[in-house]
Design a protein around this ligand. Structure first.
Ligand code: EPZ
Length: 440
């Protein structure tokens, strides 16, 4: 039962209608049982954009019911697509496609920019609100735009909007200065209907890009090389519809793994994309977390929790895949805040991803940051406090800390967490956490 008198499960999954929501946690309860891992947010959002490349119906299975997906639905319908949800399936039919992208959801969610490539490829033009910076740093989209220009598009930035036009995009060689996930996906999708061959050099290698390649090829595209640093796309005249099951969420899996390591107990995560969690799992071994992989798609984590186990400190560098994921850096830092010794954490992907550290300090953490680096001096235990999440994974760090902390915590800004984690309180309560959604 939530403190507001309403069981967490009956509240809207995305916090809709609850303007100021917080998550209450009493730390110290071990987590025991099984958590079912949802479909990957960062794959589902891109596959939804990819569905705009065809006029035929596309069905995506295993799509999580989270705020970001709901915002992407708004973007797709604003562009003229019909989107219907049935259980974990989304049916997307983009028979006609407009060129005006709705402003509000793009302003709220940067991933909205991912419709740019598909819409230009299919419709020949798009007008989209220029996404701003965010709490992780400036996050420009210059690689997306340079790539589209190289493919022959006219790009104009005016009155806060970006207008991209191309009668038909032309294949070419594109080199990315940094292996940007979003730029790789946007350009790969733009190239699918371009004339000739596009080769993206220094492409991002994240597993979600392979998911996109599999879906696109199922619809008749000719994409190869996803998962490597060079992606080759042979343009085709058109795509058909398709049905595809989104891969499980590796970041969610890692978040629950860290929660289990912090709180202790015996937790199974399933279906876990174990094959793409190497960097995280090897750090778990290094610091002394007990984990195993009982079968191909299950991860088990157990032990007495961070306070009793006294994990070893580590050096963690967040890098593009297959390096340690930047999206796991905040909850990992929260765990290291309770290690026996001093850790160094750096983030070489986002320039300002330590905003949550000030909140961890309120809980007793001893962390010092300078630019992209944090020095984390482990303390014996954290204590519950009133803190605020300012972004999704920073919020995950506070959850991990609060689950292991002594006493009660109140995490404000819960809406940030609902962007990426479906039914978070319900699922954690299901494995023994003392947690509730509350109104503040
Ligand atoms: C994706 O964002 C993810 N989002 C992020 O996850 C994730 O942190 C990031 O990839 C890195 O893994 C989605 O998939 C929806 P990038 P994206 O382009 O594609 C710079 C989460 O918590 N850059 O790989 O926007 C940029 O500023 C979210 O789930 C440019 O300079 O990330 C950043 O420093 C947060 N110019 C770096 O590259 C560009 O044109 C990596 O960004 C594009 C990017």
């Amino acid at each position: 039962m939530g403190r507001s008198g309403m069981p967490a499960g009956e509240m809207p999954a995305d916090g809709g209608g609850w303007p100021l929501q917080a998550i209450w946690i009493r730390g110290g309860s071990p987590l025991r049982g099984t958590v079912e891992i949802q479909g990957a947010k960062n794959s589902a959002l891109k596959l939804m954009a990819a569905a705009l490349l065809t006029a035929e119906p596309c069905v995506l299975e295993n799509v999580p019911d989270i705020r970001d997906v709901r915002m992407m639905i708004e973007i797709l319908t604003g562009l003229g697509a019909e989107v219907t949800r049935e259980g974990d399936q989304l049916r997307i039919v983009a028979r006609e496609l407009g060129e005006e992208t709705p402003v509000e959801p793009v302003r709220e969610m940067r991933a909205g920019i991912q419709v740019m490539g598909p819409v230009v490829a299919r419709r020949g033009r798009i007008r989209i609100f220029q996404p701003g910076g965010c709490s992780l740093g400036p996050r420009p989209i210059d690689f997306h735009l340079q790539g589209l220009r190289a493919m022959g598009a006219q790009v104009a930035e005016e009155f806060g909007f970006i207008r991209v036009e191309a009668e038909r995009l032309r294949g070419t060689d594109i080199y990315l200065d940094f292996p940007s996930v979003g730029a790789t996906e946007n350009l790969m999708m733009a190239a699918v209907l371009a004339e000739g061959v596009t080769v993206i050099h220094n492409a991002a290698r994240e597993p979600e890009i392979e998911d996109a390649q599999r879906f696109l090829n199922q619809c008749g595209a000719r994409v190869s090389g996803a998962g490597t640093g060079v992606i080759r796309v042979e343009g085709v005249e058109g795509l058909r519809g398709g049905r595809y099951r989104v891969m499980p969420d590796r970041i969610e899996t890692a978040t629950f793994l860290l929660a289990g390591a912090a709180a202790g107990g015996d937790l199974a995560l399933r279906p876990a994309p174990v094959y793409c969690l190497e960097a995280v799992l090897s750090k778990m071994t290094e610091i002394g977390v007990h984990w195993e992989r009982p079968d191909r798609e299950t991860l088990r984590v157990w032990g007495a929790g961070a306070v009793e186990e006294g994990y070893r400190p580590a050096r963690v560098r967040a890098l593009p895949y297959p390096g340690f994921p930047t999206d796991v850096q905040p909850p990992m830092t929260a765990l290291l805040a309770m290690a026996r010794g001093t850790s160094m954490v750096s983030d070489e992907v986002h320039s300002a991803r330590f905003g949550y550290v000030g909140e961890l300090r309120r809980m007793g953490a001893d962390i010092w940051t300078d630019g992209r680096t944090a020095v984390v001096r482990g303390v014996k235990r954290l204590t519950g406090a009133q803190v605020a999440a300012a972004d999704l994974r920073g919020g995950a760090a506070l959850i991990v800390a609060a689950l292991a902390a002594e006493g009660e915590s109140l995490i404000e800004g819960a809406t940030h967490l609902y962007r990426g984690y479906a039914r978070l309180e319900e699922r954690l309560a299901g494995v023994g956490a003392r947690i509730a959604r509350v109104e503040v």
